[in-house]
Design a binder for this molecule. Structure first.
Ligand code: TXA
Ligand code: MG
Length: 343
């Protein structure tokens, strides 16, 4: 009984918004598009609704949710003291793919939203459907990505349907999302601020506005006993077949494919378009070599498409960690569980 409703600019879309608002006000969950990925939302002050998000996703309860708002003014309702850095960042990047972690006022948000932490992540999404929904609802919406826990995040309404059919009452279908990977999560409760999850707003972009920002390296993250973004410790973004990262080098990839096929593997290859004739059973081109925007748009869709094949192994070529590359490599490393191909 999951309904999927197209929301475009015709009159009927008004009805879809009204339904979504009514469901949310009744403590139900609704999936909606943002500029990054689809979110699974409930009113952030309604514990009953928020609990349903965790149930529908199969998400561990120690993993906090991002709160989405429709206007910058609302931040003051939930945050004790808004750091000066945060004000500058909200002005510069909102609406947009930046989640700002700040100290939360006590007792206002549903307890499950913050999962026992004293902080909360807030962002204003840059998508007409998300913004309309928030502005009609006039309440904050807690929303993680609308995938089942562990799966690649949904960048299309059909992905949400694949994961959530029968589990949620409504999906607002706003087409494919524009960025394709989740927001940057930045902790501004410390100085200098720390990137907990890289995303579309890069370290370089942040530093232009507030000066030094820390982006922990993989080895620094490995040293932390408790990850600062609880979600980053879990398996994530993973299709059914195992993923291995591989150097973006045609000779290396060709050899790997032939070797693995000899061992009986069926190979799906995610790589730049120029890698098309290297013998893979299934090929999912990222786009032109170095086109990171295209790569981030396609990544989750391609990982999900691998599940529709009989591939037994997925090879994904790596990219540099400049700019959005940091976010792409972060997601690929998680999808691969850190595994790299070696002969
Ligand atoms: O682009 C996005 O951020 C999407 C769309 C729907 O807005 N949302 C999203 O939510 O990716 P989710 O729940 O899948 O990922 C949120 C990440 C998790 O890694 C979580 O642990 C971290 O942000 N996080 C949330 N609140 C936090 C907090 N108070 N302190 C530290 N990390 C936090
Ligand atoms: Mg997620």
């Amino acid at each position: 009984e999951t309904k999927r409703m197209l929301v475009d600019n015709n009159l009927n879309s008004e009805k879809s918004y009204t339904q979504a608002v009514d469901l949310l006000n009744n403590g139900e969950v609704v999936a909606f598009p943002t500029e990054t990925v689809y979110g699974l939302g409930a009113i952030a002050t309604n514990e009953r609704g928020v609990k349903k998000i965790f149930e529908a996703k199969g998400r561990p309860s120690d993993n906090p949710l991002i709160v989405h708002i429709g206007t910058i003014e609302e931040v003051a309702n939930y945050i004790e003291e808004i750091p000066e850095n945060a004000v500058k960042l909200m002005d510069a990047f909102w609406p947009g793919p930046l989640t700002v972690i700040m100290r939360a006022k006590k007792g206002l948000l549903a307890p499950s939203v913050t999962a026992g932490l004293q902080t909360v992540g807030i962002r204003m999404p840059d998508h007409p459907v998300a913004l309309q929904l928030l502005r009609k609802l006039k309440k904050p919406v807690a929303a993680p990505s609308a995938n089942r826990s562990g799966k690649p995040s949904p960048t299309k309404a059909v992905h949400v349907e694949e994961d959530m059919l029968g589990r949620i009452p409504l999906i607002l279908d706003g087409g494919a999302t524009g960025i394709g990977i989740e927001s940057t999560v930045l902790d501004v409760t410390v100085n200098p601020p720390v990137i907990l999850r890289p995303g579309g707003v890069t370290k370089e972009m942040l530093e232009e506005v507030i000066g030094e920002v820390i982006q922990p390296t993989k080895s620094q993250q490995a040293l932390e006993s408790t990850p600062k973004a609880p979600g980053m410790k879990y398996t994530h973004y993973a299709p059914n077949a195992p993923v291995q990262l591989i150097d973006s080098n045609q000779a290396v990839v060709r050899d790997a494919i032939s070797k693995l096929k000899n061992e009986g593997e069926k190979i799906a290859l995610l790589a730049p378009i120029s890698f098309e004739n290297l013998g893979a059973d299934y090929f999912f081109p990222y786009g032109d070599e170095g086109d990171k925007e295209m790569m981030s748009i396609k990544l989750y869709d391609d990982l999900r498409a691998c599940d529709k094949t009989d591939a037994t192994m997925i090879l994904a070529t790596a990219t540099s960690t400049d700019g959005v590359g940091a976010a792409i490599m972060n997601r690929l490393e998680k999808a691969a569980g850190g595994r790299w191909y070696n002969e």
